[in-house]
Design a protein around this ligand. Structure first.
Ligand code: PLP
Length: 354
């Protein structure tokens, strides 16, 4: 066994940082100088190192390419006005990655590679964490199967990696979402609760159809009847009806978002009533008609909170209350950002300081 506390580091000879325009960062296309790479084979982790960011060389028979044994995570590091760097809830992402791994028959990633790996990688590429307001260093850990083999079976070898990408403010334009009643993101017993690569591939086509109608994204509904709300694009979904914050309860078809969990906790701390339960499309539309539907929004790492201002359901277009009137998401969204930036106490110990 290798000593997991010792991540070998090979430094870049020349940083690419001076060439980066931090005022114009396209999302997810600029990568910092270093990456972490760990290899698993024959039942154990064989190596882990931090190296210059660069291409991989893989066999065309690499099983991940053919059968999609591939999972990922996404989290962010923020730099605040005191030049501290804070990573939000890395332990939660580590735990979730290992749940995804179990569902996809993949090995668990050691905490030392995931959490300590992020710490060392971000420390090393500290200068890549933007200091602009609402900018951050997006951290992408991922795990994929590397057996050179065309048989359909769990791979015996894997690569775990972490790459990081400086990203600008996420201009959360208010969203127009279509309540999807034909296509399905996840079915009971499937892999919807795992951050599995294939989930995103299968969502592209229905999303494209909606975008051709000028709609931003989809609200996914249950696979069987398309009656209950599940997720909003690649975010968890929340609504406020008559002052109560309601979100679909977790199940095999819902990704357990770290933002979802954080928003629920902060809302409860504010004395807001929260409910995790089924929400039917009918309930949503009824609440809209009788004037009790106050807020609809998506929650996820990318946007934190993305307001929904318009819904399309079959041929009906529904205008939702103006954003300025949205008390719950504004209050809790601000609380969450203040904690992430280290500008407010962190009662749950969510931040990892670097
Ligand atoms: C990642 C993701 C979310 C949000 O999870 P966070 O941990 O809050 O970023 C929600 N739904 C889907 C489908 C996702 O992939």
């Amino acid at each position: 066994m290798i000593d997991t506390r010792q991540i070998e580091v090979k430094h870049v000879s020349e940083s690419r940082l001076p060439k980066v325009d931090f005022d114009n960062l396209p999302f997810g296309r600029v990568f910092s100088d270093h990456m972490l790479i760990a290899r698993y084979d024959e039942g154990e982790w064989k190596s882990v190192s931090i190296e210059p960011y660069g291409n991989l060389s893989l066999s065309p028979a690499t099983s991940m390419i053919h059968y999609g044994q591939s999972i990922f995570e996404g989290l962010k590091a923020f730099r605040n006005d005191n030049d501290e760097i804070l990573v939000f809830r890395p332990e939660s992402n580590w735990e979730r990655m290992n749940k995804s791994a179990e569902r996809l028959c993949m090995p668990a990633v050691p905490r030392e590679y995931f959490v300590e790996g992020i710490r060392q990688l971000v420390e090393l590429d500290r200068a890549w964490v933007p200091n602009r307001p609402e900018s951050s260093l997006y951290i992408r850990p991922f795990l994929f199967a590397t057996d050179e083999m065309l048989g359909v079976k769990p791979s015996e070898s894997y690569i775990f990696m972490i790459i990081t990408s400086p990203v600008g403010p996420y201009y959360a334009n208010p969203l127009h979402l279509k309540i999807e009643t034909e296509y399905t993101r996840a079915a009971p017993g499937g892999v919807g609760a795992a951050k599995a690569a294939g989930n995103y591939a299968s969502a592209l086509y229905p999303a494209k159809l909606a975008q051709e109608q000028g709609i931003d994204q989809l609200i996914w509904t249950d696979a069987k009847e398309h009656r209950f709300l599940e997720e909003a694009g690649t975010m968890n979904m929340m609504v406020v009806i008559d002052g109560t914050l309601i979100t679909p309860k977790l199940s095999s078809t819902i990704l357990p978002g770290v933002t979802r969990n954080s928003v629920l906790k902060l809302a409860e701390d504010r004395g807001i009533t929260t409910e995790e339960r089924d929400i039917s499309v009918d309930e949503l539309l009824d609440a809209h008609r009788n004037g009790t539907l106050q807020e609809v929004f998506g929650v996820g790492t990318a946007a934190t909170i993305a307001h929904v201002v318009k819904l399309t359901h079959n041929d009906e277009i529904i205008d939702l209350p103006p954003i300025q009137s949205r008390k719950v998401s504004t209050l809790v969204g601000t609380d969450l950002l203040d904690i992430k930036m280290g500008n407010a106490p962190d009662p749950y110990g969510w931040n990892m300081r670097i």
